[in-house]
Design a protein around this ligand. Structure first.
Ligand code: GLU
Length: 378
């Protein structure tokens, strides 16, 4: 099968989030993991990893695995049943990923997030810096929703949208949704076997949304609708997305070789989109006035260190947007503060090495990290 001319290649991307659905990982009838398939996926991940790509996995399967360990009957589970099943299943899931990745010499790091961690400013910053650190150490984050504590109001419930949020949070340039279908069809293929497959979606229009139907399988919560939702989140933030089949072994290799799948393209770039978000959509809650040395450092692309800050104004929390002004009061840029206003007051003008003793806990070395900073032109 030929890849349409306009779709990108996997090797074009530097940071890739791969979402794996429950029904691929867990063989519901046998009530166990699809070991052979997982091995083949991990061989593909390892190849990309060796090719110096940053890789993150969003893995479902906690509830499904817990269910099989506990021998729960099939059918819908009450919320507390799924939470308890996830508590059992997540251990097995993490163990599986850890074992399988370590066979390729890759270290896994487990991250369990809730809706708030990817949406609420402060926790977003926390989750992101933890993931960044893992990637810097070349460990592979294995992410799932924290199903054991998440109640209906604070949960995603489906890992498609969660994966899209994670992808935008870490400025990934590609999100791969491995699913039990090989992409989007004009109508749900289970209902209309002759439905035409769509290889590439340049823009998510109401017609595209209408193609999604409503179906989802028993094991996974996400049907095509949540995948389209994920596509909207991803493409609005400069991340390309592809829905591909995980029903075959070596599913990533298959995408690279042009297997049937659906690409959702974005015209944006994840870093620019994030910077736009910081510069444009957030209402600044305070001001940091900085000295001339810090202005020069920021213009060279460095982070803002506490030592360069001379005045802190406003009431802001960690993760809030702040305006940064030079000695003449002119706005230099905007960024997300790594400290709240009170702590920022205490550490301004001080060396990063002193932060621990001043605050009594070990904070970040930067007041505003360069990834959270947008510096205007001179
Ligand atoms: N977080 C859920 C689990 O691990 C899965 C949600 C989904 O399938 O999208 O069981």
């Amino acid at each position: 099968m030929n890849r349409p001319q306009s779709t990108p290649r996997l090797t074009d991307f530097r940071r890739i989030v791969v979402k794996v659905g429950s029904s691929l990982l867990v063989d519901a009838e046998a009530g166990r993991l699809n070991d052979a398939w997982l091995k083949s996926l991990i061989a593909d991940l390892a190849a990309l990893y060796r090719g110096k790509r940053d890789l993150l996995v969003v893995s479902s399967g906690a509830i499904a695995l817990g269910r099989s360990v506990l021998k729960l009957p099939s059918g819908r589970l009450e919320l507390e049943d799924s939470q308890a099943a996830a508590a059992v299943g997540q251990i097995a899931l993490a163990h599986t990923w850890n074992e399988a990745l370590s066979r390729h010499g890759i270290t896994a790091g487990q991250i369990l997030v809730t809706l708030g961690d990817t949406e609420e400013r402060r926790r977003y910053l926390n989750a992101r810096s933890t993931i960044d650190k893992l990637l810097e150490w070349r460990a592979m984050p294995v992410i799932n929703e924290n199903d054991t504590v998440a109640t209906n109001e604070i949960r995603y419930g489906d890992n498609d949208r969660l994966a899209a949020r994670v992808a935008t949070m870490v400025s990934a340039d590609l999100l791969i949704l491995l699913s039990d279908v090989d992409g989007l069809y004009e109508a749900p293929p289970a209902l209309v076997p002759s439905a035409r497959h769509i290889a590439c979606v340049e823009r998510i229009t109401p017609e595209i949304e209408a193609m999604a139907g409503t179906a989802g399988s028993d094991l996974s919560r996400g049907g095509m609708q949540t995948k389209i939702e994920a596509g909207k989140i991803a493409t609005a933030s400069g991340t390309h997305m592809v829905i591909a089949s995980g029903r075959i072994k070596h599913p990533l290799d298959a995408i690279a070789k042009g297997a049937r799948c659906t690409w959702f393209l974005t015209t944006g770039n994840p870093v620019t989109a994030r910077k736009k978000w910081i510069a444009g959509s957030l209402e600044p809650k305070g001001t940091l006035s900085i000295d001339a040395g810090a202005v020069a450092a920021l213009r060279r692309g460095n982070s803002l260190l506490p030592v360069g800050v001379v005045r802190v104004e406003g009431e802001f929390a960690r993760g809030d947007a702040v305006v940064i002004r030079g000695p003449d009061g002119v706005e230099i840029g905007r960024g997300l503060s790594a400290f709240d206003a009170e702590d920022a007051q205490k550490i301004k003008g001080r060396s990063s090495a002193d932060i621990d003793s001043i605050l009594g806990f070990s904070g970040r070395a930067e007041m505003v990290h360069r990834d959270d900073l947008v510096v205007g032109r001179e």
